[in-house]
Design a protein around this ligand. Structure first.
Ligand code: NAD
Ligand code: UGA
Length: 472
């Protein structure tokens, strides 16, 4: 059994695998770290000499990759080779919601995890610690153990050199946009397992920069479930504050004052109380739906319904904002120009997965709006994939006659528009030159600020009507 790790392989060079392995390599110069992926284009981008072309935009990531790449951090498509050389393999592949078959719309699709486990089973040599880094349904480790166990038994039967495995759960809690800080100074590192040597080996990696008191050890199932639960609790706070935002708008209260007042209670705390257009991102909705599915599987209908409501409220908030824009613009947005400020699901990322902007834009396109979309990091191609329609193109049948185009700056988002709709809290939106913007808009014009990011008084002073989320 190994207590010291010389070589790590990470399967999956995505938003988690890339940054996490870059920080491990940076902090553990004595360990060789190879990140592998089937997606050759993604691997090529990780290897691009121009660090501004990395496939994941994350503040500070370029510097970390720049320090470690080529020294002890490698990106490769040679999956089996990297597994064979590794003492420890992280599985950090995507686990999206299933779109068809059993559990469609709720259960996580584990086909990439299973394929990874089978690859490890085939290619591993000697003793290998296999670590679940992906977010997984409770008891997935048992599936991985079974697949690996069958491979070990098969090799033994054929008198091949013995292969042994230990399986651990080590979920990732980083948030996009702050990934490097979250990885370098985590609130906690969670390791679930029942093999003390494997746990000690993984803990020794994190122990090179994380204080021992922040490395929590649990059993496998607690670790897997803690990840789903953490995301469910965080998302629940957002749906809670968004529900109160709607109530504030109806009553004259101000959600930011309410959030400050309740957040001052140390039992509640101030974080994750920012009202907005609803949570996006690849994980909150997926992980809650997975929790809901698992609760139903275990016959816990009331528990399932409780968590499902967090997602229902979130979807409602997104449609509510689209409806509100239409209502304020005299009940129709057909052929009206609307400037969209932000498309990413949050600031400081190029990620648009489950971005509230997608549902809101689709609602407005359905009503025939002409959208002028500005986002500093999201490409036109990504917007086209998300909106299911090419820029300036004709909408698919039944989806109204709206059109959209990506624009490079606020002035062009505002040109000829009846409204600006701020959906992502990019810092640049706090300092908009409102008199210049108003001059190119059609009057009467609106600012709908779903993030409370813009300088509302400056926008009002320049002549705009202003709606801010949660402001009554
Ligand atoms: P991602 O889609 O960005 O990356 C996953 C990568 O795995 C892809 O590049 C894909 O090509 C690769 N892959 C899939 N199957 C493979 C295989 N068999 N062999 C080699 N490569 C393979 O996903 P992500 O955002 O990095 O998320 C990964 C996991 O981490 C998910 O379970 C997610 O829930 C969890 N997670 C994500 C975040 C986040 O902020 N994105 C945070 C915490 C946890
Ligand atoms: C979230 C969690 O914060 C991470 O701990 C977790 O590891 C990750 O999911 C995951 O499992 O994928 P992330 O989705 O990157 O991270 O970003 P968050 O900062 O949590 O934001 C999620 C969404 O909630 C964004 O759309 C954001 O704008 C929204 N949000 C967040 C609010 O509307 N209000 C808030 O107060 C906070």
């Amino acid at each position: 059994m190994k207590n010291f790790i010389h070589s790590i392989c990470c399967i999956g060079a995505g938003y988690v695998g890339g940054p996490t392995m870059a920080v491990i390599a940076d902090r553990c110069p004595g360990v060789q770290v190879t990140v592998v992926d089937l997606n050759a284009e993604r691997i090529a981008a990780w290897n691009d000499p121009d660090l501004s072309k990395l496939p994941v935009y994350e503040p500070g990531l370029d510097a970390v990759v720049g320090r470690a790449r080529g020294r002890n951090l490698h990106f490769s498509t040679a999956v089996e080779e990297a597994i064979a050389a590794a003492d420890l393999v992280f599985i950090s592949v995507n686990t999206p919601t299933k779109t068809k078959g059993l559990g469609a719309g709720q259960a996580s699709d584990l086909k990439w995890v299973e394929a990874s486990a089978r690859k490890v089973a085939k290619a591993a040599r000697g003793h290998t610690i296999v670590v679940e880094k992906s977010t997984l349904p409770v008891r997935t480790a048992a599936v991985i153990q079974e697949i690996l166990g069958a491979a070990a038994a098969g090799d033994a039967a054929e008198s091949q050199p013995a292969k042994t495995f230990a399986v651990l759960s080590n979920p990732e809690f980083l948030a996009e946009g702050t990934a490097i800080g979250d990885l370098e100074d985590p609130d906690r590192v969670l390791i679930g397992g029942d093999d003390p040597a494997a746990i000690a080996a993984l803990a020794s990696i994190y122990g090179q920069w994380v204080p021992a008191a922040r490395i929590l050890i649990t059993n496998l199932w607690s670790s897997e479930l803690s990840k789903l639960t953490a995301n469910a609790f965080l998302a629940q706070r957002i749906s809670s504050i968004n529900s109160i935002a709607a109530f504030c708008e109806a009553t004259g209260a101000d959600v930011r004052e309410v959030a400050k007042a309740i957040g001052a209670d140390s039992r509640i705390g101030p974080k994750f109380l920012q009202a907005g257009p609803g949570f996006g991102g690849s994980c909150f909705q997926k992980d809650i739906l997975n929790l809901v599915y698992l609760c139903r599987h275990y016959g816990l209908e009331e528990v399932a319904a409780y968590w499902e409501q967090v997602v229902t409220l979130n979807t409602w908030q997104q449609h509510r904002i689209a409806r509100l824009v239409i209502t304020k613009l005299f009940g129709t947005v057909s052929s009206k120009r609307i400037g969209l400020l932000g498309f990413a699901f949050k600031a400081d990322t190029n990620d648009t997965r489950e971005s509230p902007a997608i549902r809101i834009c689709r609602d407005l396109l359905e009503e025939g709006a002409i959208l002028q979309i500005l986002d500093p990091k999201v490409s036109e191609g990504q917007m086209a994939r998300d909106l299911g329609q090419e820029p300036g193109g004709v909408s698919p049948p039944g989806s109204g006659d709206g059109q959209w185009q990506r624009v490079p700056d606020v002035q062009q988002a505002a040109a000829g528009a009846d409204a600006l709709l701020l959906l992502t809290e990019w810092e640049q939106f706090a300092t908009i030159d409102w008199p210049a913007v108003v001059a190119v808009m059609r009057q009467p014009a609106w600012l709908f600020d779903a993030r409370a990011k813009a300088d509302a008084s400056a926008a009002r002073a320049a002549g705009l009507n202003v709606w801010t989320v949660g402001e009554g």
